[in-house]
Write a protein that binds this ligand. Structure first.
Ligand SMILES: [Zn+2]
Length: 240
């Protein structure tokens, strides 16, 4: 079954105990995604509001089950909720370690980590582990195979006339023979094309609004054409 969804959040997909919920993905506002299996819970791109959404939806018990956070890139609409999430876990007196995976060179995550340690280091109840990703090697976390892949995202320079590449990743999550491909933010990307194909679910951004933003994002047409090569797909990050 093909699926074509435009920003009707939350977006939910489930195959047996492989579950993903996209609370929202609105450019320049926030993204927030929860992925769970019976064995684990991941948060992907915790933008502003993720703590409120998780609390209302699944509550502290599931929030404490989160073993890993995955960051596609350092733009504020993908990481704005990191600080409150980390603090909340300490308030809940979390004991198990928490890893944050992110593209190597993403200064935003390293800066948040350093500031967070400075403020809360002494009272932190759990160990927080930064896992910069420098290559596309797969790894396994709690029975979920994770395949990071580089994508093609940029940001405008301060004068707005040029753009510069930012460290950015997509992730393919494979569990129990099923796969979810999340592209993060990206302009057209051969890697995204490659890893979307045949996925059970693809989550593809369609954030381009004009010719200039094509260097940063994809149009709905580009994103749909890639999404159609998966069994199902969601279009996200569509300007509202
Ligand atoms: Zn971005």
């Amino acid at each position: 079954m093909k699926q074509h969804s435009l920003h009707k959040y939350p977006l939910i997909w489930r195959k047996d105990d492989f579950f993903i919920k996209i609370y929202c993905s609105i450019p320049n506002v926030a993204t927030g995604i929860l992925l769970t299996t019976s064995k684990t819970a991941f948060i992907i791109d915790p933008g502003d509001g993720i703590l409120r959404d998780l609390n209302q939806d699944v509550g502290p018990e599931t929030i404490l089950r989160v073993s890993d956070i995955f960051i596609s890139h350092g733009h504020h609409d993908h990481i704005g909720g990191v600080w409150s999430l980390l603090t909340y876990l300490s308030v809940l007196r979390r004991k198990s370690p928490l890893s944050i995976y992110f593209p190597q060179g993403c200064v935003e995550i390293v800066s948040i980590y350093n500031a967070f340690r400075k403020v809360y280091g002494k009272e932190l109840t759990y160990s927080l582990i930064l896992k910069p990703i420098a290559d596309e090697r797969s790894f396994t976390k709690n029975s979920v195979r994770v395949k990071p892949f580089s994508v093609n995202h940029r940001e405008l320079s301060p004068d707005g006339n040029t753009s510069i590449k930012v460290p950015s990743l997509g992730f393919k999550f494979i569990y129990d023979g099923k796969s979810i491909c999340y592209g993060g933010d990206t302009a057209y990307s051969e890697n995204l094309v490659k890893y979307t194909k045949g996925s059970d679910l693809a989550i593809i951004e369609a954030g381009a609004v004009d010719e200039e933003s094509l260097k940063l994002h994809m149009t709905i047409e580009q994103a749909s054409n890639i999404g159609l090569t998966a069994k199902e797909y969601f279009l996200v990050h569509v300007p509202e």
